[in-house]
Design a protein around this ligand. Structure first.
Ligand SMILES: Cc1cc2nc3c(=O)[nH]c(=O)nc-3n(C[C@H](O)[C@H](O)[C@H](O)COP(=O)(O)OP(=O)(O)OC[C@H]3O[C@@H](n4cnc5c(N)ncnc54)[C@H](O)[C@@H]3O)c2cc1C
Length: 456
């Protein structure tokens, strides 16, 4: 069952207290008048999706994007020019439940390719295939039951879950010690920070309704940025203005006026703001947000994730679907040149939270060494085959200060709705306020919803 179906079933969508973004848009925003125009801040998936919808409805729009590229946190990078080997520095997986994204890929003629991984574990330098890791069957069954029961939990109980962190929830439900260590390592890759700072409600609503592979199913052939390119073509390159960092939004007159850092001014009847919370807080809003909105925006933290692809001269790991969770700094290492048939290959280290911050401060030689030392128990010393290291630390990203929003204890029900609420002529969109929060799907959906709310 999809999360939205679940919420409908449990009545949460009709109460007006949760996931009300669309309803709020409809209630609070005046529909666009005939011949009205729309400005969109941000050319990530939320912004491009909004524009795509407006274009289909024949509405005039322009996207203002601060970077010199579209796509935002979808960021395919060519690591090796000689072979064309590429990897994702931002969004990696297309989930099997992510229907809007899948439909868009189909519409644009983009092929999805399998991107699943077998998994292995290396704890205290002891390497084991996933099948050999001793599992507690009683706990596995209990976990399945807990996820299943979640569907029937009354709303009051769900609010209580939001007051608990995911680590505490597991401990209180009797997770065995060794399972806890593994879950802490693995689940923290999903949220990008320690699971001690993740709302148990946010975690369960992800695990209870995700695909069997936990939405780690596919990627787009040629890289996920292929969808950015295709959407940009559809909405018209001339409508996607790059290098346009918005610094001020004035909603005191008849129209919305946006001033960019280069001094250029743009006006339209309505604004769709798809910026991450940090970027929203940096804009000079006239009039200013109500205090509770500003407070909510400032409370939302983003996960610190660093992806560090290492180019190896040979694919010594042999298996296409090789991946490994380790208790060393490199955290999670996986084969990111799957389905790119050249002899060289890429293993990417995916680090989170404090580990990501530490990793980001290492020099290239130190990064390669860390990755190779983590791989040592499985393959021996492979440093001699390492040719190059690249990477991106999202914790330093000037616009988002992180990879995606990290809803801490009490925040899912506490601040999300306030952040999502429209403000005068502005409708908000973006991954951080989505039902599928933290996913491309969520970004696309909120963009479409925002546009739909304006034009019906
Ligand atoms: C490391 C990492 C791993 C991820 N893994 C996955 C995954 O496996 N699967 C998945 O589905 N999703 C994943 N995601 C999440 C996914 O990338 C995001 O949910 C989605 O791309 C967010 O889109 P958005 O449009 O909401 O925001 P963004 O992509 O951030 O778009 C907002 C845009 O606004 C621009 N901007 C900021 N400030 C201004 C300003 N002042 N003026 C104008 N423009 C501005 C930014 O440059 C940006 O382009 C991952 C993300 C990261 C970083």
């Amino acid at each position: 069952m999809l999360r939205r179906d679940f919420l409908k079933k449990t009545g949460l969508l009709t109460t007006g207290t949760l996931f009300t973004a669309k309803q709020d848009f409809q209630n609070d925003i005046q529909p666009l008048e005939k011949n009205g125009s729309v400005l969109i801040l941000g050319a990530g998936f939320a912004g491009l999706s909004a524009a795509y919808y407006l274009q289909k409805k024949g509405v005039k729009y322009k996207i203002l994007e601060a970077r010199n590229r579209a796509g935002g946190r979808v960021f395919t990078s060519i690591v090796d020019k000689e072979t064309g080997l590429h990897t994702e520095l931002g969004a990696e997986w297309v989930g099997a439940s992510h229907q809007l994204l899948i439909n868009l890929c189909d519409e644009m003629g983009l092929k999805r390719i399998s991107h699943t991984f077998k998994g292995a574990v290396s704890l205290q330098n002891k390497y084991q295939n996933w099948q050999n890791v001793i599992k507690d069957e009683a706990w596995e069954q209990k976990f399945k039951d807990l996820m299943k029961n979640f569907e029937r939990l009354p709303q009051k109980e769900q609010h209580k879950l939001d007051k608990l962190d995911w680590w505490r929830y597991l401990v209180e439900n009797g997770i065995p010690e060794q399972e806890l260590e593994l879950r802490e390592l693995n689940d923290s890759t999903d949220f990008g920070e320690t699971i001690r700072n993740v709302s148990a409600f946010a975690a369960i609503s992800e695990y209870a309704y995700s695909s069997n592979n936990n939405e780690m199913d596919y990627k787009i052939e040629g890289g996920n940025s292929e969808l950015t390119k295709a959407l940009t073509e559809k909405v018209g390159k001339e409508n996607v203005l790059l290098g346009k960092k918005a610094i001020s939004v004035n909603q005191t007159g008849k129209e919305v006026e946006v001033i960019c850092e280069d001094g250029e001014k743009y006006t339209a009847s309505r604004l769709i703001c798809t910026l991450p919370a940090f970027a929203v807080s940096k804009i000079n809003w006239k009039p200013f947000f109500p205090p509770e909105k500003l407070e909510a925006i400032k409370q939302l933290q983003y996960a610190r994730i660093m992806k560090t692809p290492v180019l190896f001269a040979e694919r010594f790991w042999q298996e296409e679907d090789f991946s490994m969770t380790t208790d060393r700094l490199a955290h999670f290492i996986f084969h990111t040149s799957q389905n790119q048939p050249v002899s060289k290959g890429l293993l990417t280290s995916y680090t989170i939270g404090d580990k990501a911050h530490i990793f980001s401060r290492l020099n290239p030689e130190q990064k390669i060494r860390e990755v190779c030392q983590a791989l040592q128990p499985a393959f021996g010393d492979m440093e001699r085959l390492a040719e190059k290291v690249t990477g991106y630390y999202w914790g330093d990203d000037v616009f988002s200060q992180g990879a995606y929003a990290n809803y801490d204890v009490g925040q899912w029900f506490g601040i999300r709705e306030i952040i999502a609420k429209p403000f005068l002529k502005t409708v908000f969109a973006g991954e951080h306020i989505a039902e599928w929060q933290g996913f491309m799907e969520g970004a696309l959906k909120t963009g479409k919803d925002a546009a739909e709310a304006l034009v019906g």
